[in-house]
Write a protein that binds this ligand. Sequence first.
Ligand code: FE
Length: 316
Amino acid sequence: MAHDTRPTPSDHVTVATAEPPARIVAARSVVRAVQAEDSLEGAGFLVHRPFPTRTLSHFDPFLLLDQFGPVEYGPGEAVGAPDHPHRGFETVTYILEGRNYHEDSQGHSGILGPGDVQWMTAGSGIVHSEVPEAEFARTGGRINGFQLWVNLPARDKMMNPRYQEVPSDRIPVTSTSDGAVTVRVIAGEALGTRAVIDTRTPIMYLHYTLQPGATVAQPVPADFNVFAYVIDGEGTFGADQQRRGHGQMVIFERDGDIVEMSAPADAKQPLNVLLVGGVPLDEPIARYGPFVMNTEQEIRQAINDYRDGKMGVIQR
Ligand code: FE
C-alpha cells in the first residue's frame, strides 16, 4: 500500500500507520534455582542431575536433565549405559568432551564426539546402548556432556522412532560483532540464527558462552517454560539479577518475553550456560524408568511390549 496514512489536523480517529503496534517487552523474573544432585546411572557412571529429584519431578515438557561429568577416567574405567529401551519421549545427547559409541535396535550405530548432538525420538520404542567409544575407554580421558529428555505429546508417543544426528560442524554457531557472546543453536533460534534440528513441539536448546561483562537478552515465546543450567562460571539471571553458579538450574517465571543473562565484569572465566525452553504439554505423566506415557495402563503395555521383544533387539 503506497497511499499516505499520516494523520491530518481534521482527523478525530486513530489512523493506521505502517508501524506495528508497540510491543511490550518484559524481562522474565527468576522463580527459583535448583542445585543438581549426584546420581549413579547405567553401569555406574556419575551424573549431576537438576531434575528429576525429590524437589523437582519434571519441568514440562522436559522430563530429565543429566550432566555426565566433567570427570577424568583412567584407562578402562569409563562405563556407560548398555542395552536398554525407551518409549514415549525423546533423548537429546550433547557431548562437550569425550567420545561415546551408540547402537540400537533400528540398526543405527555411530560415534558422538565433542560438540555433536544426537536427537533421538524413541516414539513407540527402541532399544539402544550408550557407552564410551572403545578406544577412548581403553586409553581413558575426560568425559563431559548432557542428556535431556523431551516429552512427546500424547499424539506422538507411538510414532515411529527417528534420529537426527548432527555433527559439531553442522550445529549453527554465531557470535555478537564484539565477540563477547557466542551461541551454539541446537534447537530454536538465537541472534538471528536458526537451528537445523526439527522438533515435534517448539523447543529452544541453546548453549551460550558469555565473556566477563557480557549480557544477552534472548527472546522467548510467552508460553514457553524456560530454564538455564550453568555449566561453568557464574552469572546473573532474570529481571532481578540473581547470581548463580555452576551446577545450578535457574527457573524463569512465565512473566515476560525476554530472558536476560549476564556474566559479571569481574569474572575470572566465561559463563557457559544451557538455555532450554518449550511449550508445556499439560498432559498427565505416567513414568516408569525408561518409559514415559500418559496412563498406568500404557506403562504396563510398554513393559509387556519390551518383554515380548516388540521394541527389537540390537543385532551384533
Ligand atoms: Fe538411553
